[in-house]
Structure formats: C-alpha cells, structure tokens
Design a protein around this ligand. Structure first.
Ligand code: F6R
Length: 599
C-alpha cells in the first residue's frame, strides 16, 4: 500500500525522504513524489513509475537546501497511476501540500461541493479534496490545529495524512484514523512514517498516535493532540528493527534472505511464546475457536482448524476475513477469536476482528508488527518474532505464525489437562528450526524441479488434512511471484471435476507429510499421473513411494504436527526458484502490495 515519510530537522530533507521511500518500496507502489518547504515557499516533485523516475526528477538531492518535507509512494486506488494523480497533492492556493494513505470515502460529495465554490481539481484522486479543504479552513482559522480539526470532522474513511502549510515552514502536521502512522524524534530532527522500516536506524524509540490523534512535528520535538484538540501524550516504544534487518545486504532478493531467516524466526517465536502466560483468555474454558486472516494468514487459520479439531475436538470456524466481516458468525459465548496478521494493519482482518469483539468474544492477536493496529485492538497477544518482512510474499512471518499457532495448541491442551498433547507439541517445536534448516539445504534439488516447473502455464497442488492447508500456501506462493496459475485441491476432490483440466505434462505438486493419509493422497496422485500429469511428491522421512509415481523431494523427518510447515517451506523455495528462472521479481510482484490497508 501507499508509503508515507516526513522529516523536519537540522539536516536536508530530500536525501532523507528519498532514503525513507526506498525503504518503503517493498510495500508496492506505482508512482512517487515529495514536497519540500522552505523560506522560498512550497514545491512538489512527482513521477509515475518506480522511485528511480522520481530520483531523476530530483537530481542530486544534496543540492536541495530545504530541511522540511513529506514524501509518498502511491499504490493507485482512485485514479490511474499517473504523475497527475501522484502525491503530494496541493491546494488551489498553493499553500498546503498533503500525502495520504487510505481512502476518503465521501470524496465525491466533498469534491462536488468544492467545485461549486469554483475550485478546479487537477487529479482524479480521493485525496485532493483534503488540501483544498485545509486551505479554506486555514484561511478561516489562521491556525493549523483548528484547520485540521475542522477538516477531519468532515472526512469519512481511513487516512494517515502528512501535511505541509506554507505559512508554517518548519512544521509538519499529521493525523491518522484507521491507517498506520509512527512518529519519532531522531538525533537530527523529527520523522514520521507509515511503516517501521523507514525509521530503522534513525531513532531509538517511536510513538504510535492513537485513532484521531493530530501531531505537530518541529525540528526539535513533537506535540500530540487528541481528536478534540486537547494535548495528549502516548507511550514511546523501542524501534523494533535495526538498519541491517531492513537492508538486503549480500542477498540478491529479500525473499531469499527472509526464507533463510525463517528457522530463526520460528525459534525466537517459540522460545518467547512458550514462556508467555495468557491468563485473561481462560483457555481451559474455551469451547470453540474462530480464526481470521487474509491470504497466507488465512491459510494458517485453515491449518489451525485441522489441528484444533483433530487433537482437541474443538470446533473451529475459519474463513478469509473479507468474507467473515460480512456474514453472520454463529459462535457461542465460550468461543475465542484469533486474528492472524503479519502487518497487523490489513483492513479486512481488522474489520472482522472488530466484529468478533462486538459479539463479545475475547480476541487473541497473532501479529508480527509491534505497535500495529491489531496489537492495540487485541485483548491478548502472541507476537510472532520473525523480524521485519520486506518481500511482498510472506515466508518467515507465515512460518512464525504457524509456530505461534502450535504454541496456542500446546497452551490450550495444557489448560484443558491434555498434558500428553501439550508435551508432544512442545517436543515437535523444539526440533522444528533444525528441520527447517535441513529443508532449506535441499535448495539445489528444489532448483532442478523449479527449472521444469518454470515452463508450465498452470499447475495443481494436492494434499489432505493439514497438508491441504500447506498446499494452499504453496500454490499461492507460485501464483504470486512466478505468475503461473496454480490451484490447491484436496487430493480426494480432484476427480469430482477438476481432473478434466489435467493433460500430458501438467505439473502436480503433492504434499504427503501425514503418514495416516499418505496412501489416500497417493491414490489421487495415481489418478492424475495415469492421465499424463507430472507429479512431484514432497514426502517426509522414511515414507515409501514407488519411483513410478513421480519425482520425490524427501523432507527431513518431523512430527506430523510440524511436518506440513516443512512442506510449505519447500514449496516457497520452489516458487522462488521458479520465479527467478522465469526472470520475474519475487520481492515486488506485479499488482500486489505488502500490506492491504484498504478494503
Ligand atoms: C501472501 C501474502 C498475503 C498476506 C495477506 C495478509 O504471500 O503475503 O496473502 O498474507 O495480505 O497480510 P497480513 O498478514 O499482513 O494481514
């Protein structure tokens, strides 16, 4: 989604803003721009396409003396990804510049009203109403805080806004509602950003404004006001990421770096979470669960459904949060809601989580980004400690989410007196990081399979039970980054229709990590093989498979509780190598954004 950076201080703004934007580029964007403010006035530079285009327009940023500025990477929602629609947007009077993350839902009515007053618009965006309104309000109140209060009372939707007023050339103003924003005091001035990587290495602590808060940043410090304009303070948190964690370093892609960091993320998450108590959730009394998340996080919930139903006999509801938020969810008063999210800012997940809270259910958040909206809205947290994830396709955060889910299974088992299960899960988790390392060491073998897969236009992924949850994730990875259409199917369901698509040479990836289901899944594989498919079988440990059935990728031995994660990890590596073989960019796949903060 869109990225926002702002700086006011003793140094030059342009180089700092461009460095911040490049740290946010991973989120996905299709145009970029910046506004600088100084004694000589306010000016903007914008460009369609990659950040390089904006850099070319700026020239040498060190020659620009201004020490105050705001900048933006835009992922188009309202209006095409053109220079005209790129942020910052300025007011008709040229006295206000604004960058925005989110959607102003009532922009049409506001635009019509402004046009009636004779104001001409220069873009198709929902954002442009904001600088015009601010300009009018500033003329009336002659005070930035009063102007922002008046305008935000009229805005509907989600926004994080950073604002420059020409009349206040050393200040940046910001306001947020339902969109992320962090502000911080660094050694050389004050910063704001929509996402933590932009702040890593620049300051040691950060503040997250609450819903509706307004912030004024000056070169020497910052002040916060609540939605009524009264001064407030908010707690400071340590900046969670170091500069190294958000740089690619020696790696050629973030996705490869992050895949290799996955075992460490799982080890850190498991160690920390097994020691954490969740007394407020009264896990012993929980009688059903509801998992919600989007994309890969939803797949973790699907895995959770199989695990909690199979091992604890607890009924589980799971659905993409985008569906859950709009349907009636019949849950008892003894249900526990579990929201899973890497970013903690996904709009659909937050909306579905709020819905569960309205039903009176306690909400547990499994979240990777400290300080994100979901961490604030959850009643209890199992934070994943995967570290900052910058590749658009999730890998290490997905793995850490699975680890957190297994910790929750162990804790629930313990609370319900199922000591043997709790012990089994803990034992499985203790060897998991090593088994993940061994899985990653299969890279040369996986590369050979990727070379074959790269020539395909579509592929099937098969599994049963928890392996079905794993292949859902494996197929998503392939689609996202290599642009090969891949469909995950329950192995027994294929023959009820989809098998008609199988033809000579169709690649079929089957995950077989569950000994009790191996024979059954193999029958499904035989059905497609006899119709010309080219199966690749991911098996764990000693599982025997006849060489005629297909090519075999042998994963390390692992408990059936954790083995599907090894399958998902191998499939993520397979997707990465397929993508690199095809020459597509795994870190920034087309049309995708890292964190989907709009509906
Ligand atoms: C897939 C992927 C997405 C996210 C989804 C939810 O590789 O990254 O499917 O899992 O957009 O994002 P979070 O976890 O931030 O809520």
């Amino acid at each position: 989604m869109c990225g926002i950076v702002g700086y006011t201080g003793r140094g030059q703004a342009a180089p700092r803003l461009l460095a911040g934007l490049s740290r946010l580029a991973y989120r996905g964007y299709d145009s970029a721009g910046l506004a600088l403010c100084g004694e000589e006035g306010l000016f903007t530079l914008r460009a369609e396409g990659k950040l390089e285009a904006l850099c070319n327009r700026v020239g040498d940023p060190n020659t620009l003396p201004q020490s105050v500025g705001i900048a933006h990477t835009r992922w188009a929602t309202h209006g095409a990804p053109t220079e005209q629609n790129a942020h910052p947007h300025t007011a008709f009077a040229g006295d206000v510049a604004v960058v925005h993350n989110g959607i102003i839902e009532n922009h049409r009515a506001l635009r019509a009203e402004l046009e009636c007053r004779g104001i001409c618009f220069s873009s198709d965006t929902d954002t442009e109403v904001v600088p015009h309104l601010l300009s009018l309000a500033l003329a009336a109140h002659r005070d930035p805080l009063a102007a922002i209060l008046e305008v935000t009372r009229r805005l509907e939707g989600a926004y994080a806004l950073a604002i420059l007023f020409r009349a206040y050339p050393h200040q940046i103003w910001a306001v947020r509602r339902q969109s992320p924003l962090a502000v911080a005091v660094g050694e050389d001035g004050c910063y704001l950003a929509s996402d933590m990587p932009a702040l890593a290495g620049l300051c040691s602590s950060v503040m997250f404004p609450a819903e509706g808060d307004i912030v004024c940043l000056t070169p020497t410090g910052l002040s916060l006001f609540d939605r009524e304009g009264a001064p407030v303070t908010r707690p400071s948190l340590p900046v969670p990421a170091t500069a190294q964690e958000v740089e690619k370093g020696e790696w050629s892609t973030f996705m490869e770096k992050e895949l290799c960091e996955a075992p460490l993320g799982v080890a850190r998450t498991t160690d920390a979470l097994l020691r954490k108590d969740l007394p407020s959730l009264r896990l012993g009394a929980v009688r059903e669960l509801c998992f919600l998340g989007c994309g890969s996080a939803w797949h973790v919930g699907v895995l959770g459904k199989y695990l909690f139903e199979e091992h604890l006999g607890l009924p589980v509801q799971v659905e993409p949060a985008s569906e859950m938020r709009y349907r009636r969810v019949p849950l008892s008063a003894h249900a526990l809601g579990v929201a899973i999210s890497q970013s903690g800012e996904t709009a659909d997940t937050l909306a579905a989580a709020r819905k569960l809270k309205e039903l009176g259910l306690p909400l547990l958040g499994i979240v990777n980004v400290d300080g994100s909206a979901l961490t604030r809205e959850s009643d209890a947290l199992l934070p994943t400690l995967a570290g900052p994830e910058l590749a658009v396709a999730t890998t290490k955060a997905y793995c850490a989410q699975v680890a957190a889910l297994l910790v929750l299974l162990a804790k629930t088992a313990q609370a319900k007196g199922e000591e043997a299960l709790a012990k089994e899960v803990r034992a499985a988790l203790s060897t998991l990081p090593r088994e993940m390392e061994e899985t990653l060491a299969l890279a040369p073998e996986i590369q050979a399979h990727a070379t074959e897969l790269a020539a395909a236009t579509h592929a099937f992924y098969l599994g049963r039970g928890t392996d079905y949850a794993a292949v859902m994730e494996g197929a998503l990875k392939l689609k996202e980054i290599s642009y090969i259409h891949a469909q995950a199917y329950p192995a027994g369901e294929l023959k009820h229709g989809t098998i008609s698509l199988v033809e000579e040479g169709t690649p079929v990836v089957a995950c077989l990590t569950q000994p009790r289901l191996t024979g059954k899944t193999l029958s499904g594989v035989e059905e497609v093989r006899s119709r010309g498919a080219r199966p690749l079988l991911l098996v764990t440990g000693e599982t025997e498979v006849s060489p005629q059935t297909g090519k075999v990728l042998r994963l390390p031995s692992s408990s059936p509780l954790t083995a599907p994660l090894l399958g998902a990890l191998a499939m993520a590596r397979l997707a990465l190598d397929t993508c690199l073989t095809r020459g597509t960019d795994p870190d920034r796949p087309r049309n995708l954004a890292k964190s989907v903060t709009v509906e």
